[in-house]
Design a protein around this ligand. Sequence first.
Ligand SMILES: C[S@@+](CC[C@H](N)C(=O)[O-])C[C@H]1O[C@@H](n2cnc3c(N)ncnc32)[C@H](O)[C@@H]1O
Length: 319
Amino acid sequence: MNEGFLDTIKQGNCLEYLPLLPDNSIDLFLSDIPYGISLDDWDVLHNNTNSALLGTSPAQKGKSGFKRRGKPINGWAQSDRNIGLEYQQWCATWAGKVYPKMKSGSFLFVFGARRTMHRVINAFEDNGFLLKDTLAWKKPSAHHRAQRLSIILERRGLKDEAKKWQGWRLGNLAPIWEPVAWFMKPYTIGGTITDNILENQVGAMNIDECRLNGTSPTNLLEFGFTKEEKRIHEAQKPLGLIEYLIKLTTKEEQVILDPFMGSGTTAVAAKMLRRHFIGFEINPEYHSSALKRLEQIVPVKSREIPLLLQPTLFAKNAC
Ligand SMILES: C[S@@+](CC[C@H](N)C(=O)[O-])C[C@H]1O[C@@H](n2cnc3c(N)ncnc32)[C@H](O)[C@@H]1O
């Protein structure tokens, strides 16, 4: 089963690799997928040639943070409005390939973006998965990047207008949380969910191992990076958060699939917790960083897992 793929991250397009995995072989899907918000090259999943979105607007020149984001310069064209649907179609192309690989009744955690998660959910539902819950990953802090309207107006020489708009801003509220869609592959054997768990060893939650200071876990996940965690990928997730979801839903030796590995956080967490992993990453640089990160990991016994979940640590370690 899964020979040649187990405990490796293959470099390349996951759409080509996924069909090669054996059916009904994956215990948990856990992936932080591209978001469809043009965050970086790997996140441009549409054919829109609008100049602002592709980074050639005068306001975007020389600004790395917004090289591909931003709003159209001449109002919203139909091509801008198609981006959401194109992203959903892209998600559907691989969600359909993932479906047969998952065990009956298994779980899937999909990290996405607040603006586009509804598209991911549609694509997954259309390919047979059931949405179980939408979890919120709450970050310790978030930058508030909202431009002051009065300053923009002053730059245009509109002093009276600038006074009128004092205190108003363009943009969003500080983005303090990210969504994690939690799906289940419906079980197809006759009988109950318990019968399916006995048959396939998936579909339950290990609450006792995931209590925070004795309290039952909620669907609000509060995790930050520890001081030791090196930041390699702009969309990297805290190791503690990924470890937590793995511990919640799998046992040692079970197999976790992440087709969009980035810096390899899912693989690192899986190896640390004595689970198996299968991963893909298209970008050669992220791929080699992930492999280097993995080399340094020594698996630990369940009871020795560092307590990354303590609220005190969370408070201290802002992203
Ligand atoms: C959101 S990032 C994952 C970051 C990761 N959670 C971490 O902690 O580093 C998504 C990754 O998917 C990769 N990717 C995009 N399209 C891909 C494809 N078709 N096959 C494999 N990887 C892909 C991108 O290069 C990017 O590194």
